[in-house]
Design a protein around this ligand. Sequence first.
Ligand code: ADP
Length: 619
Amino acid sequence: MAKGNIGVTTENIFPVIKKFLYSDHDIFVREIVSNAVDATQKLRTLASKGELKEEAGDLTVHVSVDKEAGTLTVSDRGIGMTEEEIDKYINQIAFSGANEFLEQYKEDANSIIGHFGLGFYSSFMVSKKVEIVTKSWKEGSKAVKWSCDGSPSFEIEEVEKADRGTDIIMYIDDDCKEFLEEYTLSDLLRKYCHFLPIQIAFGKKKDWKDGKQIELDEDNIINDTTPLWTKKPADLKDEDYKQFYKDLYPMSDEPLFWIHLNVDYPFNLTGVLYFPKIKTNMDLQKNKIQLYCNQVFVTDNVEGIVPEFLCLLHGVIDSPDIPLNVSRSYLQSDKNVKKIGSYISKKVSDRLASIFKQDRKDFEGKWDDIKIFINYGMLSQDDFYDKAKSYALLKDVEGKYFTFDEYKTLIEAEQTDKDGNLVYLYANNKDDQYSYIEAAQAKGYSVLIMDGQLDPAMLGMLEQKFEKARFVRVDSDIVDNLIVKDDKKKDEVKEEDKKTLTDAFTEKMPKLDKIEFMFDVKPLGENSVPLIITQSEYMRRMKDMARIQPGMAFYGEMPDTMNVVLNCDHKLIKQILADAKAESSDKVAHQLIDLALLQNGMLKGEALNNFVKRSIDLI
Ligand code: ADP
């Protein structure tokens, strides 16, 4: 038996590994199993070149637990190691400035492990002792056992081993016993090894017989060695993509559509991205894309690699060209990563454009679901806006869809104001703004529905992008003022009448929290409503912005100013003007106010009760 010291410059690497890598210590599963897979793939290559004298045989990697001995073992039939190779690859962990580096990256276990090839040593995060029993593929090799108990010294001896390959035997620490539990390990294998390219067996397959679970003879293979993204798109059917999605996200609805990524120059990248069906905002999560490196799971945080708005998609990306051992901020300045980001963004845009072109109906059918992704992209990336503007849609209150250009052509004639601005009318709630929509439509205007989460921001942006365009909500003014077509006529209402009416109504307005009413009197025609409540587009937008943007709280605190327009052409308003003091006028004014409030969803509590009583009296 030989003894020696592990060649690290740090006094003792193991406490460091344990301490700094603790938070991420389940990564050891990935490291040990993927080492076994690497060794097996190397063997396969040798066999295919005819360099292997014996049969390659069954190459399945086995993961097994011995609860009594407290061990977790990963066994492969790969190339194995000779004693010299153990010395070279395991004993001599050559690194310099280790302390400094560990200090710098102590938050990020991935980067330390990647940087130093500490893969194997990650087993010490969970083990009090680790043994390697290995026999090289090379003819005449002797099997050896290396063992180390977590101090920088190790032992190595010759042993008997029938088979070529390596067993890594981990004596699990007392405080890490969960790694000996079947379900914990199953979960970890699923997370890290689900798509490794060599079969991994964990225990035996199980079945139910006579109400009892029994073990079958067959190995329980936990991975899919040729996942969908490694196959050619031409060989795949829609069903395959849907099935793969189901495997990845068993709880999700069927995806809307998908994009198969496949590029080998100037970088290597494969993958499949799915547009998910979003039911609630809860589904909008940024950690649903899994990043792999040659089928080894790396992370489900792809921020900094995938453009931000595409982080909301689901799916898988596999690339050996993404540097994994660097910090996120460095990642974003990496040239390859930048190229990968714009490649993905372009692919997504091309795919959307092609669905739009090939099947407009299908595209429209999916629009309400994909709108949030596309809008997010248009808002956050100028070059995506430029691509998407040809297929992004606007929807009117009747449910019809238009491209930006189509809609412009539609409204140009009727909705251009006196200054040559195109006025886009919109509603954000068809029911609440029903009467305003109706009034606008009666005038021959088209009204868009803008009820999406990002629509307030979208319309602000579209005003900037479109030339001479304004977005105006239908209830922001009386219909005649929404689109001013000629210079305003002189106000024909006498100041004195204005005052009489305003006074008569002001005192009857209910006191509402944080709402102020401003009165105006206008001749709107005898067939228009007698009283109408509006809120200026500007004020409302400021308040909307205050809700979503920090730093604008000031606007949020301001009371809402609502405009109340009295139509002095209307019979009832005329009556009140004629005899403002009469008791009948009082009742009518009250009733008119309440009706208008009711229409705007602002009549509540006691005021609503009073209204109901008064109405019954009137009947
Ligand atoms: P890395 O895999 O990043 O090189 P590791 O610390 O995980 O770093 O492994 C160091 C080396 O030990 C590997 O490069 C490989 O040569 C050898 N090795 C580890 N595990 C095995 C195994 N199961 N079979 C054969 N060689 C192995």
